[in-house]
Design a binder for this molecule. Structure first.
Ligand code: NAP
Length: 284
């Protein structure tokens, strides 16, 4: 990072914990490629301080903030406006400074859609299984709902999958079926998207229950986890010889979209590809 001056644009990411975030590296890499003068700072914010953090950040003219766990829902109440996609996903991961306050966006859904395109994984006309029904699952539904044939959500706590279905009632143009983890899908599944935390951190080396059966007839498997780059779920999919994608591309594209929103710029495809290669070498 270049030295900070009075002209430096300040942005950041807020969450708890925040020490392992890759967002500063990604945003500073984009800034280096675009020759932008940016300082992008991680902020540890307690649950009780979300409103105060946004008021302070706005007063300090912090131009954009990414929001990560556990604050993606809590910030919504403190936005002066919400982008329709953020309302659809029911979470905000990007805040853009406006004179009145922050406008909330969600770039996870479009980030995943661009990642699928980038890797040539087709969801159009396919039966999609989604493992999990947390925040990442909602973003995944929004990613694929315009084009998929049907969506099948599997979750350990079935009531949460039912709540997801309820949230998308009247908003999702294709049928959503919900299941417990070990219930079989009512249709043969073409693409399986793994959105639970099983396979990373304390759950490293594990695979979500029921996922092997779902992979049986699938042509592609996606895991939103990017560390490790190959979860047991993806190893099993590779073993079956089907197409796979980890969470790196989604992480990358959600950051690209967030950067474009925060700085009111559009990055060209060649530039995006060069930034992608540079980051893949470091963290992919
Ligand atoms: P979340 O809201 O906390 O949801 C967690 C989900 O995982 C829930 O469906 C939960 O099921 C399930 N789960 C947790 N432990 C489980 C276990 N032992 N067995 C079965 N299911 C289990 O989290 P999130 O925000 O959706 O994030 C989930 C994952 O997506 C994380 O790994 C995160 O890193 C990844 N993610 C990646 C990106 C990216 O850019 N690549 C973006 C967002 C998220 P219950 O409902 O039963 O608790």
């Amino acid at each position: 990072m270049k030295s900070i001056t009075g002209k430096t644009t300040v942005c950041g990411v807020m969450g708890k914990p925040i020490e392992h975030t890759l967002s500063p590296l990604i945003h500073h890499t984009i800034a280096a490629f675009t020759k932008a003068d940016l300082a992008y700072v991680p902020f540890l914010v307690e649950d009780s301080q979300v409103e105060a953090a946004l008021k302070g950040a706005h007063a300090l003219n912090i131009r954009g903030l990414n929001v990560t766990m556990p604050h993606k829902k809590a910030v919504m109440a403190h936005c002066v406006a919400l982008d329709p996609l953020a309302s659809q996903v029911d979470a905000v991961n990007t805040l853009v400074w406006t004179p009145e306050g922050y406008k909330g966006y969600n770039t996870d859904a479009m980030g995943l859609r661009r990642a699928l395109q980038h890797q040539g994984i087709a969801y159009q006309g396919k039966n999609i299984a989604i493992l999990g029904s947390g925040g990442a699952s909602y973003a995944t539904v929004v990613s694929v709902m315009n084009g998929a044939k049907s969506i099948h959500v599997f979750n350990r706590t079935k009531a949460k999958a039912e709540a997801l279905k309820e949230h998308f009632q009247g908003k999702c143009p294709v049928p959503i079926e919900v299941y417990g983890l070990n219930e079989g899908a009512r249709l043969p599944i073409d693409v399986v998207i793994q959105t639970t935390g099983v396979g990373m951190g304390e759950l490293m080396g594990q695979i979500p229950e029921g996922s092997l059966a779902l992979l049986e007839q699938a042509q592609a498997a996606v895991d939103l986890i990017y560390n490790p780059s190959e979860t047991v779920f993806l190893k099993e999919a590779l073993h079956k010889g089907i197409q796979v994608m980890n969470g790196f591309d989604m992480l990358f594209y959600q950051a690209i979209i967030a950067y474009e929103l925060m700085h009111h710029v559009t990055l060209g495809e060649h530039l995006i590809e060069a930034i992608y290669r540079a980051l893949l070498e470091r963290i992919g």
